[in-house]
Design a protein. Sequence first.
Length: 422
Amino acid sequence: MNLNLKDVHQNIKDLLSENEELKNQLFEANSIIEAIREGAVDALVVNKDGTPHVYSIESADYTYRILIEKFGEGALSISEDGLILYCNDYFSKLIDIPANKITGTFFNDYVESTEDFAQLKASLVNGPSKGEIILNVNGKKVPVYVSLTDLHPNVPAIGVVITDLTEKRKHEEALVQYQQKLELKVNELNLTNTNLEQFIHVVSHDLKEPMRKIISYTSHLSDSKSELFTESELNNLRVIKSSVLRLNSLVDDLVKYAFTATKDEVAQIDLNEVVNEVRDDIEMLITENKAEIVLDVLPKIEGSKVQMRQLFSNLISNAIKYSKNDVLPKIIITSEIVTANINLQDKEFYKIAIKDNGIGMDKMHLDKIFTIFLRLHMRNEYSGNGIGLAICKKIMENHNGKIEVESSKEGSIFKLFFPVTD
């Protein structure tokens, strides 16, 4: 084939042009591949037979990028010298600076103490490093928890995860303030209780001393000098003495009630021993009324023995005192373990039931009988100051328990609930 020089030059020119076009296509293809690899391309549009086809690219890198952007904590990647290579939207909003203005700056620009952050970075030689620092951006301080991870050798960078501690700090400060206020109130309450105890001692002493003199002198006058008085005057002396004795009893009960609020030293108490001791204490009352006490096997509880004796003494004495005239008093004390909701707690309790065959109470009064000074009967019918059951209620509260009552014409049942302890 004979080609002239002009044709040869044209062919060479065409080949060079085609070669340049192939280079451009190759460069464009390599750029697309690199962009896909870096996650910068989400989809491709390919013309096939003149029709465009869209192909979405789903990859682990792309999913990871979306996850980091939607992350509920701050996420950054920084170089070894602290240059910010990337930050997510959460961190941008946290320091109130656009993400594009954060990238390319140094992380130390946003840290209040660069020494604290430097120590965290230095600890990376031992693995992931964690700690608390404070961000300071334009005077706005944000306490954060920082977690650092060395991404070498896969990526020459350090991964940073930041948790905002602002709300946590607010809650902690509020809790500290609440605790301080609570401690102040407790101290005030302790001081009030101390003053109250002193007041009770003084009042009881100052009241009881003149009462003892009144009782002594009225007894002396009525017993030794009765011939000097008319029957009416002697009756007046008896009224004075009776009134003073009642006042003396009231003062004693008030002192008991006041000191019942104080929790004694806790020890393991055998309630069987307590009831037997109470039997001995009120032996005369039991004998005079020919009362019968039937005792089940009772448990051991954690509590105050003094208060337990007072509790059972009040309840057993009441059962005898409020007996029917024509029926001998019978008191049955039983025990069982039950599950109950008391003091907002569902747990096991020892249920001690004290059942009597006395006069009972009207149901309309059952929710009031534990109120101090409340009496359901006249003084000439039954003695007492209306404080005994109020004391029982306080004792049960001291032992994290509860007292309840059921009553009818057949008698009453007082139920005591003590927490079961290991």
